[in-house]
Ligand binder design. Structure first.
Ligand SMILES: C[S@@+](CC[C@H](N)C(=O)[O-])C[C@H]1O[C@@H](n2cnc3c(N)ncnc32)[C@H](O)[C@@H]1O
Length: 364
């Protein structure tokens, strides 16, 4: 072990610049050491992982999706013996797991290797659990051993391998980068923040995953038999999810809804724009969701106009489509508009967001 502090940071590949800005805001002088894969960065923050994580636990970043510490570096052979090797070599290099907290191993393979993440996970889970060890909980672990196998810049010092701090004569070698952290420190309890949902046969759109992920990330609870407004609802994925969560839905969209929603008496489809519905005089709602494809600022203005139709205990959720250029200023302008009527309770680029972010709003 050595006292270098390294962190593996994950974000959407198109948001790397914005994620790095977020790192600089809490750790000025942080260094980007390597891009391990699309949207996976090796950084030297210059502050301890725990300090970075504590800062982001209280004020989560928007674009950084996941972080994991690197406390051990092990060169790999790139063959089927790697998982067993890691199971032998890693335990003495990592801090001791807390036996009172459940754990899981989350492996990401960022190189072509003749084994799967599952093989590393199972070998390491066995090595770390043992008698009187912590219990394994893959779905909701309290502590996580993160392992990333990738090509990384390394330098040898005696018997140990060190990650090279930018620029000097280092060679890129296949390596396992591993660290132990609390799941809550990682910003997401899924490996790399990759929250995958099983595809259901009745699924209407991929957008459904965005809403399901937002429910989890912002820990949203839906009122029993609530009344929901879905702006930009077509083809109806979010409407379907809201119905599954017991909501009565008014779906506003000039576009068609999936025919499978047609017979559902809990769905009212208004084939008009959100602007037209506003002119008609909307009802009052427990929640308003908005996945409209439009300029983020225009969408925010509409949300402000709709705020008086949101009941005081209610909440709103919207996706903000980001332009290719000037994303930060557009985002700031959009937030300034939203703050006229709402408190921004959460804003994250979710795993299922592409060139957009998801924002959770509470009425002022
Ligand atoms: C990404 S899709 C929504 C997908 C939907 N959330 C789902 O899960 O199926 C965006 C929708 O916004 C709608 N839209 C765009 N401008 C709108 C407006 N001014 N009023 C209402 N809907 C609008 C489009 O017709 C389109 O159906």
């Amino acid at each position: 072990m050595n006292n270098q502090t390294f962190v593996i940071l994950t974000c959407d590949e198109r948001s790397v610049d914005l994620a790095l800005e977020e790192v600089q805001a809490v750790a000025p002088g942080a260094l980007l050491l390597a891009r391990l894969a699309s949207g996976v960065l090796l950084i030297e923050p210059g502050i301890p992982f725990s300090a970075l994580a504590a800062r982001w636990r209280s004020e989560p970043p928007i674009f950084v999706r996941h972080i994991a510490p690197v406390q051990a570096v092990l060169p790999l052979g790139g063959h089927v013996g790697d998982p067993a090797f890691l199971a032998r070599a890693l335990p003495p290099l990592l801090p001791r797991l807390d036996p009172a907290l459940s754990f899981s191993v989350q492996t990401r393979l960022l190189a072509a290797l003749p084994y799967k993440p599952f093989d590393v996970n199972t070998a390491l889970a066995e090595a770390f659990s043992g008698e009187n060890g912590p219990s394994l909980d893959v779905r909701a672990p309290q502590q996580v051993i993160s392992v990333v196998c990738a090509g990384a810049p390394l330098r040898r010092q005696g018997d140990i391998w060190l990650i090279e701090s930018a620029g000097t004569n280092s060679t890129s070698r296949l390596v396992a980068l591993a660290g132990l952290s609390l799941a809550a420190e990682n910003l997401s309890s899924w490996a790399g923040g990759m929250r995958r949902f099983a595809r259901e046969e009745e699924q209407i759109s991929r957008a459904e995953f965005k809403l399901l992920e937002a429910f989890e990330v912002f820990r949203l609870s839906l009122p029993p038999r609530g009344v929901a407004l879905d702006l930009g609802a077509a083809p109806g994925g979010w409407t379907r999810v809201l119905r599954q969560h017991g909501q009565y839905v008014t779906a506003v969209d000039p576009g068609e809804l999936d025919p499978r929603l047609a017979g559902d008496r809990g769905v009212r489809h208004l084939r008009i724009t959100a602007e037209q519905y506003l002119q008609q005089g909307p009802d009052h709602y427990d929640l308003i969701v908005n996945d409209m494809r439009m300029d983020a600022r225009d969408s925010a203005r509409l949300m402000v106009a709709y705020a008086s139709y949101l009941r005081p205990h209610g909440w709103a959720l919207m996706t903000l489509k980001l332009p290719e250029q000037q994303r930060r200023p557009v985002l700031e302008q959009t937030f300034a508009i939203l703050r006229k009527a709402y408190r921004i309770a959460g804003a994250r680029q979710l795993f299922h967001n592409r060139s957009e972010i998801t924002v959770w709003l509470l009425p002022n």
